[in-house]
Design a protein around this ligand. Structure first.
Ligand SMILES: CC(=O)SCCNC(=O)CCNC(=O)[C@H](O)C(C)(C)COP(=O)(O)OP(=O)(O)OC[C@H]1O[C@@H](n2cnc3c(N)ncnc32)[C@H](O)[C@@H]1OP(=O)(O)O
Length: 408
């Protein structure tokens, strides 16, 4: 049985909400549903119907995202859900195909998402494009290395985050282009983070903030909550990091030092941090960082030629890539990629291929995470010209490592 898919508008919000509440077993906090509605780009929303009943939904945000050497439009896919009554009947597959075709019609060539489960999106040509860390640092033993960067001009200011919104927005805008995977945050994003309407859901008090600044202005901020706790009469609080950004290493280090030194706190817990977070190098005893790694962004090249031509490459590259793509058949075939640090071209050709890759492998390498190396070592990719895959893997890798840091 197939279920028709239609673009929807704002009037469908109660149905979208219902699909999300049931699919995710989600109970919106007061005000949360209205906020999500305000963020939804209805002209980018598609739904599947069984008669009059909405049974599945997907949407996307129109982002500008940093990629190696450039900033490009990216569809940030979100709100994907299918009613429990209609699971495993191909509804998601139909929605994904319709969404990718729609993005192509709009002239958008890259899609990205955070997956609720990592086994879902590979079949639609998405590849794991970045990873992130969750970690806990116990305060005792959290000393920094002896030569950690310190700037006597810097000072810490305790703030209520909503009161310094423009400082926070400006600071974030100044760092967003530094690392692939980061996207511009609009007013609705900051409303949601700094408005802190659902703070009681976190069980750790309101959002708190610190600014690192000197006479010239703000050089960094940290956002966090603190869960108060006493164990056997001893202060045992937990500081939960929401975000920390800085323009320079000294400001970053000072913010972290202030978080780790907070009174009545025995540990700092952070989720969704970059795999090369400088805090790792700052800690003198790195075993104090109890860490877990997980997939973060999944990337899909909607239009292989335009996507590959939109980024820069670490080393010169000139290869014919044969792409396998049964979900977006317009991508299937051979493409010559010619490029280097200052840009690239990519065009369809009939020449003999140097490598054959599933489109998901290109998605996983797109932001520079070096995933092609892993796929190569795992024996998952085919090369026809010896050394071609290694050359492509090196060219597509990038420093710093990609990281998004803000789920959507
Ligand atoms: C970007 C985001 O929004 S991520 C959020 C995704 N949504 C959720 O996690 C909410 C809860 N889950 C759901 O709503 C649904 O189960 C969905 C959206 C994950 C799947 O929807 P369905 O309509 O059941 O998927 P559909 O029937 O099209 O399945 C297609 C294929 O994916 C597989 N699949 C579906 N869900 C999952 C899953 N959670 N894990 C692994 N495989 C899955 C199916 O087995 C099927 O495999 P096949 O192609 O080999 O036959």
């Amino acid at each position: 049985m197939t279920y028709p898919i239609r673009q929807i508008d704002e009037s469908a919000w109660p149905s979208i909400n219902r699909v999300a509440e049931e699919a995710f077993s989600w109970t919106p906090a007061p005000g949360q549903s209205a906020r999500y509605k305000a963020q939804t780009e209805f002209d980018r929303s598609l739904a599947a119907f069984d008669g009059e009943e909405m049974i599945g939904h997907t949407s996307s945000f129109g982002f500008t995202m940093t990629v190696p050497g450039a900033r490009v439009p990216v569809a940030g896919v979100t709100w994907v859900g299918v009613l429990p009554s209609h699971r495993r009947r191909g509804v998601l597959s139909s929605l994904m195909r319709a969404q990718l075709a729609d993005l192509r019609d709009r002239g958008e060539h890259v899609a990205a998402l955070y997956a609720s489960e990592s086994s879902i999106y590979g079949r639609y040509g998405y590849g794991r494009a970045s990873s992130h860390l969750s970690f806990r640092i116990d305060k005792p033993g959290s000393a920094f290395v002896r030569d950690w960067p310190q700037d006597p001009a810097l000072r810490i200011r305790v703030v209520k985050p909503a009161d310094v919104r423009s400082d926070i927005e400006k600071l974030f805008a100044s760092v967003v282009a530094r690392r692939p995977g980061r996207y511009d945050h609009n007013a609705a994003f900051w409303d949601s983070v700094l408005g802190d309407e659902d703070f009681d859901q976190h069980g750790a008090g309101p959002l708190r903030g610190l600014l690192a600044e000197d006479d010239g202005g703000v050089r960094g901020y940290a956002l966090f909550r603190v869960q108060q706790k006493w164990t056997d009469g001893i202060a045992d609080g937990e500081l939960r990091l929401r975000g920390v950004e800085a323009t320079d290493p000294a400001a970053y280090a000072l913010l972290w030092r202030s978080l780790l030194d907070r009174d009545l706190v025995s540990q700092v817990v952070a989720h969704g941090r970059p795999v090369d977070d400088p805090i790792i190098a700052l800690l003198a005893d790195q075993r104090r960082l109890r860490v877990a790694v997980q997939d973060e962004l999944w990337v899909r090249l909607v239009d292989v030629d335009r996507a590959l031509a939109s980024r820069a490459y670490t080393t010169p590259v000139d290869l014919v890539i044969e792409v396998e793509d049964d979900v977006c058949p317009w991508n299937a075939g051979r493409h010559r990629l010619t490029g280097g640090p200052s840009g690239a071209t990519c065009e369809p050709v009939d020449d003999a291929p140097d490598v054959t890759l599933p489109v998901a492998a290109l998605g996983s390498a797109y932001l520079g995470d070096g995933q092609l190396d892993e796929h190569l070592a795992a024996g998952l990719l085919r090369e026809h010209s010896p050394g071609a895959l290694r050359a492509l893997a090196v060219a597509m890798s990038w420093s710093p490592k990609p990281w998004c840091g803000s789920g959507f």
